[in-house]
Design a protein around this ligand. Structure first.
Ligand SMILES: C[S@@+](CC[C@H](N)C(=O)[O-])C[C@H]1O[C@@H](n2cnc3c(N)ncnc32)[C@H](O)[C@@H]1O
Length: 416
């Protein structure tokens, strides 16, 4: 029967699968928090680079190192040049016409195959199998210089520091006069792995990493989940690598910015594999961003458990989580106290500025959305905005020193 064949064929493409942002690799947190936060931090450097390319009437070339299934392409092409005004149609920083080529390289055939399947129709994209474990495996003759040498979501943590130095020295040789290097590692002091904080920062430390979070809770302790080493980093350790590469290459490697990603939403908060005290915040935050799903906001409150001997980390996390809790509590109070005169909320003068701004914003959102009589304003507008407000706290209260699941360093390679 034609119908059966048609539905079978549609299901066979994999694009007929049930979609939910509540879990999986591309959950809501990945798309609306982690990818966006990464893009917002990269934005000023991409804007500057694009302006420079436009001035010289040249086009942009991107190398994505450890590209996996090519997610870096979507991330970087979605970065907007600013937070657009209401009336503006979103403007990408890197417009398709200014891109000359994106080359994604990875050691994993399965992921590369996925990337080719997904992006196969775009002639500006190439995916090649390459091992980056011994530096950049090509010369300027084989591949033209790139404007961005990109790595995302912890790829640099696969390598020993000596290997990253070697890679950076090769990048310095390969790059044009000016280029960006984006190095993405795992942060050493994420709350998710508080059990690992005791390792001396002098030690080149690799954690035993398990991708256990993709399994349902009852299967997470299976013994056949592979374990592999990933390097945990601080900002200082990344700076040491950059300085060594700078000395060896004789090329200036200028740090532009460091940022922590996923202090509140790291994937291992859900497993408790490396800290049995941490709450599973990722699921309720996924739920904040999910349309027509209401969230139990109490599940967002964190009871931070300090670790003896780490006063500076404890005091940072205490005040960070207290700020997040305060925002959530104010929002709960606004929802329960909502009336025809709007909501009453007291912002204490000692609150940190980003918290004050987040509470003021939530007040405006609750008051406006509360007027709506259809479209589940709580699930679709208020909770979503609470998600963005919590993300704002993560962005503005952080130190960029290795307190998140990810720690990213953005550098300019400058040969002038
Ligand atoms: C954490 S994943 C990140 C993937 C992708 N960048 C993303 O944003 O989702 C790390 C990637 O590094 C790749 N990788 C690990 N060792 C490598 C090596 N020696 N050479 C090239 N790629 C490598 C892995 O196959 C994997 O795709």
């Amino acid at each position: 029967m034609a119908e059966v064949k048609a539905y079978d064929q549609a299901a066979g493409t994999g694009r007929y699968a049930k979609a939910s942002g509540l879990g999986g690799k591309y959950d809501n947190v990945r798309r609306f928090w982690e990818d966006q936060l990464t893009g917002i931090f990269l934005r000023p450097y991409l804007n500057e680079l694009v302006k420079r390319k436009e001035k010289t009437m040249s086009r942009l070339r991107i190398l994505d190192m450890g590209c996996g299934s090519g997610d870096g392409f979507d991330l970087i092409m979605a970065v907007t040049s600013k937070d657009p005004e209401l009336y503006e149609y979103i403007s990408q920083t890197i417009r398709p016409d200014i891109l000359q080529e994106y080359l994604g390289v990875d050691i994993n055939d399965t992921l590369l195959e996925q990337a080719r399947d997904h992006f196969g129709g775009n002639p500006k994209l190439r995916f090649e199998k390459m091992d980056l474990g011994h530096g950049l495996p090509f010369t300027r003759k084989e591949e033209k210089p790139f404007d961005i040498y990109l790595s995302l979501y912890g790829t640099m943590s696969h390598f020993h520091d000596d290997t990253v130095v070697e890679l950076l020295v090769d990048i310095c040789k390969h790059a044009p006069d000016r280029a960006l290097f984006v190095g993405d590692w795992l942060g050493r002091y994420s709350y998710e792995w508080q059990d690992l904080w005791h390792v001396s920062p002098e030690e080149e430390y690799f954690m035993d990493y398990r991708i256990s979070y993709i399994y349902p809770p009852e299967e997470r302790h299976r013994h056949d989940i592979p374990v592999f080493p990933l390097r945990l980093m601080t900002r200082q350790e990344i700076m040491d690598i950059a300085l060594r590469a700078e000395k060896e290459s004789g090329v200036k490697i200028r740090p532009l910015c460091f940022f922590d990603r996923s202090m509140l939403v790291g994937r291992h908060l859900a497993t408790g594999d490396y800290n049995s005290h941490c709450p599973d915040l990722r699921l309720p935050i996924n739920s904040l961003f999910e349309g027509y799903v209401r969230t139990d906001l109490e599940k967002l409150l964190v009871d931070y458990v300090p670790r003896r001997g780490f006063d500076h980390l404890n005091s940072f996390y205490e005040s960070f989580f207290l700020s997040c809790n305060t925002l959530v509590e104010h929002t709960i109070a606004m929802l329960s106290g909502y009336g025809s005169d709007g909501v009453d909320t007291v912002i204490e003068p000692f609150y940190p500025e980003p918290l004050k701004e987040a509470i003021r914003t939530m007040k405006v959102v609750v008051e406006a959305a509360g007027q709506l009589r259809f479209g589940d304003a709580r699930a679709n507008i208020i909770e979503t905005h609470l998600g963005y407000s919590l993300r704002k706290l993560e962005m503005e209260l952080q130190t960029g020193t290795g307190m998140g699941h990810g720690l990213v360093g953005v550098f300019e390679i400058d040969k002038r």
